[in-house]
Design a protein around this ligand. Structure first.
Ligand SMILES: *Cc1c(COP(=O)(O)O)cnc(C)c1O
Length: 308
């Protein structure tokens, strides 16, 4: 599955947006790209159910539940009680009749192990997917995306100087960094953290990069990868899901002038971080690619919350 890259009107720099939000299945997004790789493995194996975890607003859980339903295999979603407020994603997930198990956050890991064991006991063959589609198959999805970006560069005869994206559990950024390493590209990849602080947030991205390159037996220079992994925790505001007036303005402007929905948790926050970073570092006359990682249902949750 491939997505379009679209140039938008902007001052000072040439801004392009890669529309992964328009990938044509279940509202698309980066979780779709990752899920496709996991389900390739499920389809090749003997699996008859899938187990994953995430909050009620999880784009990952929505796509996994959709793909499981499509195959008519059972889907178990373990969700922390602390973030189980009803959202559009949770309604969609319920509509697929996925089994949602809500437990206190500290019991999530135990519950996953317990359900996996129980399922195996009843002669089921469950496939486990980490939250957010974490893992090498998730990373691989964004190496493939990096290739798509390079194809576009060749076709349009341009070179991107920067890629900006919302970084959460880190495999989207890790995949892009692996793509950069494998292609010896000078592009700068900047992850705007939506929740995690440094040094932990950056460390998780790096671990995903090393994991993938090790498993694929690709040689690399650790130092150089370290230097090229930029994970910024300056724009988190008050943590996951929090936002400010500036982000609201960005969401509103982006919709009015380009018809592109952003949400306050991921893409709106990342776009805000990108603008700030560009200003703070006096970046001008560059070709900048922003990856729209999806999350369209969260745009509607946001409108609902504002009472529009
Ligand atoms: C999950 C998610 C991200 C973060 O991706 P990671 O691979 O977890 O870093 C960014 N944007 C949206 C819309 C997401 O759902």
């Amino acid at each position: 599955m491939k997505s379009e890259i679209q140039k938008i009107n902007s001052k000072n720099n040439n801004i392009y947006i890669k529309r992964d939000d328009l990938l044509g299945y279940s509202f698309g997004g980066n979780k779709l790209r990752k899920a496709i790789n996991f389900f390739k493995e499920i389809d090749l194996g003997n699996y008859d159910c899938v187990v994953t975890y995430g909050s009620s607003s999880s784009n990952h859980c929505r796509i996994i539940a959709n793909m499981a339903k499509e195959r008519n295999i059972e889907c178990y979603i373990i969700s922390p009680k602390e973030s189980s407020k009803e959202t559009l994603n949770s309604k969609i997930i319920k509509n697929f009749r996925a089994e949602i198990i809500i437990v206190p956050v500290e019991e999530v890991k135990y519950t996953i192990d317990h359900i996996m064991k129980e399922l195996k006991h009843t002669n089921k063959t469950p496939y486990f997917i980490q939250g957010g589609g974490h893992g090498n198959l998730g990373t691989k999805a964004y190496i493939e995306t990096f290739d798509e970006i390079q194809e576009y560069e060749k076709k349009e005869k341009i070179k991107f100087d920067y890629i900006f994206l919302a970084s959460g559990t880190g495999t989207t950024q890790a995949g892009l960094i692996c793509g950069k390493v494998l292609n010896n590209s000078p592009i700068k990849i900047i992850g705007i953290s939506v929740a995690r602080r440094n040094p932990y947030g950056r460390y998780v991205v790096l671990e995903s990069v090393y994991d993938y390159l090790n498993e694929s037996e690709i040689e690399y220079e650790k130092e150089s990868i370290n230097d090229h992994t930029i994970f910024l925790d300056d724009y988190i505001i008050d943590g996951y899901g929090s936002y400010n007036e500036e982000i609201e303005k960005i969401i509103s402007n982006m919709m009015s002038t380009n018809g592109i929905p952003l949400d306050p948790t991921y893409t709106g926050k990342a776009y805000y971080g990108m603008n700030k970073y560009i200003d703070q570092n006096n970046i001008s006359d560059k070709n900048i690619l922003f990856i729209h990682t999806g999350g369209t249902p969260l745009y509607f949750d946001y409108l609902d919350k504002r009472g529009i």
